[in-house]
Design a binder for this molecule. Structure first.
Ligand SMILES: Cc1ncc(COP(=O)(O)O)c(C=O)c1O
Length: 297
């Protein structure tokens, strides 16, 4: 542990009084599944950073590709009709890997942005197709959907909600493992826009789905015409034994959220994969064509 009592770095999810007095663990390098701190001590990185470094540390091929792109064109916004070749190529690649037909790809800066994007998109979708009353998002106990305001409102880890004032009121919660509780809620209400679900609950305790649970929630969402959003920020890109956990459990989500493993943490990035059906009202030319006023530069 390297003590650095006058740190100005405010660590996420940290008791800073404790960190400032006890010191920080300062990491300096990484190779494969190992990282080394500034005093030369080597550690097995069993958590792969925070569940993002799917391909391991120290990949010079990635670093070189990033350096080459940065010295050619470091970045450009994709607002309006603008694009860059890497963004177009990545979107094609992710669309071809997506566990839903004709997927469109909306890029973000990370997982919490992807959650925020999806909460806005499902509401905007229903308003676009003439059901503007559908605004409520169903979430689960133990759920973690990032820490933007939308994700904080969806949190099923109670401690993550407290002390931030009024959160989004259009959220309903069901027990994480009870598909029939979801069915009962959807029978009762007609204002539900979407059900958000981590196929494998991560931060809330690492819970695999009970046998048959995901197939049943898929069926319930279909019966009630409620959008199913799979939050695969952790489980994506091979981590659950298939490219996406949605493929392992035949989830066929309407929207899939990803981040972390998409770059293995080498760059901050998230990607929302949107099924052709949900994208359709936004992509169809004609009098009702629409500009979705959302995006990150
Ligand atoms: C399921 C899930 N969704 C969203 C997020 C938020 O991702 P980020 O930390 O990149 O904003 C996380 C982060 O761990 C996550 O586990």
């Amino acid at each position: 542990m390297t003590t650095h009592a006058q740190t100005a770095l405010w660590h996420p999810f940290a008791d800073m009084a404790a960190v400032a007095s006890a010191g920080e663990l300062v990491l300096a390098s990484g190779e494969g599944a190992y990282v080394t701190d500034v005093s030369g001590r080597r550690y097995l990185d069993a958590s792969a950073g925070l569940w993002y470094c799917n391909v391991g540390h120290g990949r010079t091929r990635i670093a070189n590709a990033v350096a080459q792109q940065m010295s050619t064109l470091a970045a450009y916004s994709a607002f309006g009709d603008l694009a860059t070749r890497p963004a177009l190529d990545l979107a094609e690649r992710l669309s071809s890997l997506a566990p839903m037909p004709d997927a469109k790809v909306f890029l973000t800066s990370g997982g919490s942005d992807a959650v925020d994007t999806a909460v806005k998109l499902v509401r905007r979708y229903w308003s676009q197709v003439g059901r503007p009353e559908r605004t409520t998002i169903v979430t689960r106990t133990h759920a973690y959907h990032g820490m933007h305001m939308a994700g904080t409102s969806l949190a099923g880890i109670e401690a993550n909600r407290h002390g931030h004032g009024d959160l989004d009121p259009a959220v309903a919660q069901v027990p994480w493992d009870d598909a029939e509780a979801l069915a009962a809620l959807l029978d009762e209400r007609d204002d539900i826009a979407a059900f958000f679900c981590e196929p494998i609950i991560g931060a809330g305790g690492v819970y695999a789905p009970p046998e048959g649970y995901l197939a049943r929630v898929r069926e319930i969402c279909r019966e009630h015409d409620v959008l199913l959003v799979a939050d695969e920020v952790i489980s994506g890109y091979g981590r659950a034994g298939a490219m996406f956990a949605s493929q392992r459990w035949q989830l066929d989500p309407d929207i899939l959220l990803s981040a972390k493993g998409v770059t293995s943490g080498y760059m901050p990035l998230g990607a929302v994969l949107i099924s052709g059906r949900v994208a359709e009202p936004f992509w169809t030319p004609g009098e009702s064509s629409v500009m979705w006023r959302h995006g990150y530069t």
